[in-house]
Design a protein around this ligand. Structure first.
Ligand code: MG
Length: 170
C-alpha cells in the first residue's frame, strides 16, 4: 500500500513523464521544420521512451494498490533558436527529471517504503544514461555547428536511432 504522500509524488511524476514525451515531440516537430529529420527521429524515439517511463510508473502505482490520477499537461515550447539551444534545453530537462526522481527516492527512504526505493533505483540508473546520451549529443553539436557537412553527418547518425523495446513489465 502506498502512503498518500508517495502516491501523490508518483502521480506527479507520471504526468511529468507524459509531459517529457510531449516536449520531445514538440522539439521533433521543430527539427523537422528546419529539415533536420535525423534529429527529429532521435527526439521521437526519446518521446516514445518517456511514454514507456510513464506507463511503467502507472503500472507500479496500480500494483501497489494506489490510484493513478493524471494531471494537466502544459503546452510545450515549440520553437527554438537552433539545435544547440534545443539540446541545452533537453539536458536541462533531463537534469530536472533526475532531481525529481532523487526526491521521490529520498521520500521513500524517509518513509521506509522499500518497493518504491527499488522502483526508483531503476529510474536513477536510467537517468545516468539519459544525461550522458544528451550531453554527448550536445558536445557533438558544439563541434559541428558551423560546419554544414558535420551537421549533415550528425543528422544522419541521429536518424539511425530506433525506439527501444518496452521495458520489462510493460
Ligand atoms: Mg523519463
Amino acid at each position: 500500500m502506498l502512503s498518500k504522500t508517495i502516491e501523490k509524488a508518483l502521480n506527479d511524476q507520471i504526468t511529468f513523464e507524459f509531459f517529457s514525451e510531449y516536449l520531445y515531440l514538440a522539439m521533433a516537430s521543430y527539427c523537422d521544420s528546419i529539415d533536420l529529420g535525423g534529429f527529429a527521429n532521435w527526439l521521437i524515439a526519446q518521446a516514445e521512451e518517456e511514454h514507456t517511463h510513464a506507463l511503467r510508473l502507472f503500472r507500479f502505482v496500480q500494483n501497489r494498490e494506489g490510484t493513478v490520477e493524471l494531471g494537466a499537461l502544459e503546452k510545450p515550447q515549440s520553437s527554438y533558436k537552433d539545435v544547440e539551444v534545443l539540446f541545452e534545453k533537453v539536458l536541462e530537462h533531463e537534469r530536472k527529471v533526475t532531481g525529481r526522481i532523487n526526491a521521490i527516492y529520498e521520500l521513500a527512504v524517509k518513509e521506509k517504503d522499500y518497493p518504491t526505493q527499488v522502483e526508483m533505483e531503476w529510474f536513477i540508473t536510467e537517468q545516468v544514461e539519459e544525461e550522458k546520451n544528451v550531453s554527448d549529443i550536445l558536445k557533438q553539436i558544439k563541434w559541428v555547428k558551423d560546419n554544414p557537412m558535420g551537421l549533415f553527418m550528425l543528422d544522419q547518425q541521429l536518424g539511425q536511432r530506433q525506439a527501444s523495446a518496452l521495458p520489462a513489465g510493460e
